[in-house]
Design a protein around this ligand. Structure first.
Ligand code: NAP
Length: 516
């Protein structure tokens, strides 16, 4: 029996399972964290809601699903894969990569699959987290690390009549591969990152495509031919070449942060490229007008495709910009009263992001409900990772650590190092727990929000899911990623409170360390 099987067995018998660190999720975050803890000799278990690893790269299997950041960068620095087939890898190859990493590090034995976390509370006396899955199993851990991310709860708009639709209907992240789209009338709702990959991929197959656009996206050209065999061999065999490519891609992406965070007006150059992308594929001036955004590029995620506009201009496609008012058993009705009959509806309508935290109940010190606090004060964490008055809770890709311009795996690795250090610091100081001080957390977030105030996300004239209902950006990091790396390179003891240090030498050591 593996560690995970033993744990699952014990939990099923309603006996709490104890471990030192409990990780949630097996995407890049959870797997990377597990590897770091393994290296550090910290016992851990991973709770995974599905029956396989992979996170977003397992869930999103829609046609054309690919990463819009080059894989030589969008992969673990400690597990390079020089022979990626494409620069912008497709879902299956990234998913295979994550499964390969899981097996290489022997992580499966620590993963309890089919375990969706429902709630967790911190016990002030025991200095332990008690975490419960929806099927009632209990896990007890000193450290709780969420690698759940914010893009995993599909958002399907609550359109009147949705449940009465007689045809197939599914979300882009829950693609129903049993539905054959050949010759069908297919409606795609949404024109975000997922939709612009789906549309060109299905256009040849479908009989008719209705594309429902609420806000047009900026889409820059991108080709993604298979990389030549010789280049892949060179990247594999010539020492340092793959690393040089990774570094070049990193700094190329990083350059975008200047325009996005400091001088949004400079992004006009990229707008010109995106406009050219429309012009070269779309001849109809009215269609061009509908497809051209009226906000600054970068305000929403900059998308890349050289085939999207061609598919929109295809005679089989109808771009519909009237608001959807109702779904009938056989079709979709828009505000102008038109009903269009449809066989299949694809909701490419994104995810619950700024409210994703409300799906798990978390209670910190003195039973304080974190969801209530965040609903009241807004989503905030210290350096996007730890939370004041909620000891030993860590978020990977937590508040304000998503990116609009570079690889999130870089952010994740910075955070993993930080969490591993936090655990090591507790051990070194003989402390049971740590949490950032309110002051440190508030200072960090005040500075961050101040920076974000002039970013393209706040000033670009669009309404995106990066912003909460008060217009505050709670999702993205507001600077260069190397600045984030520098800020998380070591845990500053003065920013933390320690708990359970006891008395005598250990307490003195902790007090001294914090004072220093
Ligand atoms: P998204 O970017 O949030 O796009 C959702 C789309 O659905 C938007 O066009 C939105 O319109 C529309 N929509 C939402 N509710 C609607 C409604 N009630 N009626 C009509 N339209 C509605 O979601 P996504 O495309 O799934 O992408 C989400 C994120 O996943 C991306 O930003 C990215 O971070 C990630 N992603 C990455 C890749 C990649 O290549 N790395 C690929 C796919 C996804 P509005 O713009 O008006 O809100």
């Amino acid at each position: 029996m593996t560690v995970a099987e033993l744990a699952a067995d014990r939990a099923t018998r309603r006996a709490p399972v104890h471990t030192r660190a409990l990780i949630i999720g097996t995407g890049f975050s959870g797997l990377g964290m597990a590897i770091a803890l393994q290296r550090q000799g910290v016992d851990f278990l991973i709770l995974e809601k599905a029956d396989e690893v992979g996170g977003t790269w397992r869930d999103n299997s829609y046609p054309g699903c690919a990463c819009d950041i080059p894989s030589h960068l969008y992969s673990f620095s400690f597990e390079p894969k020089p022979d990626w087939k494409h620069l912008f890898s497709y879902q299956d190859e990234i998913w295979d990569y994550l499964k390969g990493v899981t097996d290489k590090y022997g992580l499966r034995r620590y993963i309890v699959f089919n375990s969706l976390v429902d709630r967790g509370h911190w016990d002030d006396e025991e200095y332990r987290w008690h975490v419960f899955t929806v099927d009632g199993r209990e896990y007890v851990a000193q450290f709780l690390i969420s690698g759940a991310g914010a893009l995993h709860i599909p958002s399907i708009p609550d359109i009147e009549g949705r449940d009465e639709f007689r045809g197939a209907a599914f979300h882009s992240a829950q693609w129903d591969h049993s539905v054959d789209l050949t010759g069908k009338r297919v409606a795609v709702i949404g024109t975000g990152a997922s939709a612009i990959q789906i549309v060109p991929e299905i256009i040849d197959r479908v009989g008719q495509l209705q594309l429902y656009q609420r806000t047009p996206a900026w889409v820059v050209p991108r080709t993604n031919e298979e990389l030549p065999e010789r280049l892949r061999r060179a990247l594999t065999n010539i020492p340092g070449l793959a690393l040089a490519l990774r570094t070049a891609i990193y700094w190329g992406q990083e350059a975008l942060a200047y325009g996005m965070t400091k001088r949004p007006a400079t992004l006009k150059i990229i707008e010109a490229l995106a406009k050219w992308n429309i012009r070269r594929s779309v001849k109809d001036p009215e269609l061009r007008r509908k497809l051209t955004p009226r906000y600054r590029i970068g305000c929403k995620r900059i998308l890349n495709s050289s085939t999207y506009y061609r598919a929109v201009a295809d005679p089989k496609t109808e771009l519909i910009t009237d608001r959807i008012t109702r779904i009938t058993p056989d079709g979709i009705v828009t505000a102008d009263g038109t009903e269009r009959r449809v066989d299949v509806i694809v909701f490419a309508t994104g995810f619950h992001v700024t409210d994703s935290f409300t799906y798990v109940q978390i209670k910190g010190m003195h039973g304080e409900d974190l969801v209530d606090r965040w609903n009241r004060e807004g989503l905030a964490a210290h350096r996007g990772i730890t939370v004041a008055d909620v000891p030993n809770l860590f978020f990977l890709l937590g508040p304000n650590t998503g990116l609009g311009h570079n690889s999130v795996v870089f952010m994740i690795e910075s955070q993993i190092r930080y969490v591993a250090e936090a655990i090591a610091v507790c051990d070194r100081l003989g402390a049971q727990a740590l949490a950032p001080t309110r002051e440190a957390q508030d200072r960090f977030n005040a500075e961050l929000q101040h920076k974000l105030a002039r970013s393209v996300w706040n000033t670009g004239g669009c309404r995106s899911w990066y912003l909460d209902e008060h217009g505050n950006n709670r999702v993205l990091w507001g600077g260069y990623t190397w600045q984030y790396w520098a800020g998380t390179r070591s845990l500053k003891l003065g920013e933390y409170q320690f708990f359970g240090v006891g008395t005598g030498a250990a307490a003195d050591r902790a007090a001294l360390a914090v004072a220093e």
